[in-house]
Design a protein around this ligand. Sequence first.
Ligand code: GRF
Length: 205
Amino acid sequence: MKRVGILISGRGSNMEALVRAAQEGRLTAEVVVVVSNVPDANGIQRARSLGIEAICIPSRGLPKEDNVRLLVEALRQRRVDVVCLAGYMRLLTPYFVEAFPRAILNIHPSLLPAFPGLEGQRQAVQYGVKVSGCTVHFVDESVDHGPIILQAIVPVKDDDTADTLAERILLEEHNIYPEAVEIVVNGQFEIIGRRVLVKTGRIGK
Ligand code: GRF
């Protein structure tokens, strides 16, 4: 079974969705470690209460390259095959991306390539789009940019605020993230250019 490491910076609801999916057998992988770059992130306790090892590798006060090396070392020590970013608010370096080729995933709360960066939900409301959603994609060296694995659509309502939209998008995040990881850990995909072709027949929910 593939071994998954999850990187977080905050509350960790996507981390929990992945752990629960693995524990319930909907995701045929084992979550072996959760790493936070923020010492008091709520997700650390959340992971521990789910029985998962959770550690902190602080990003503050350390040159970025040193931080990334520690991170790679911690993941390698635990023989992590696939890395999932789940609200990890740090940019990764080429060294990190190369350490786990085509095995780093991220979830973003918009339909990329619309609204990359911070607060995708607020950007969507402010722009006035009628549909938004979330995206799971492979991580490359640019922000919110790598090939897209799965997306889910969430309609924007007239009375939505950034928060109410974020709440509904989050529900979809919790569905598609485990599904996307399942595709990757089973190698059920092929990448042609920027297109990720999923071989299970489940595409474009
Ligand atoms: C999610 O909205 C995710 O899409 C974004 O950061 C947020 C993390 O939330 N990358 P959580 O920590 O998983 O609850």
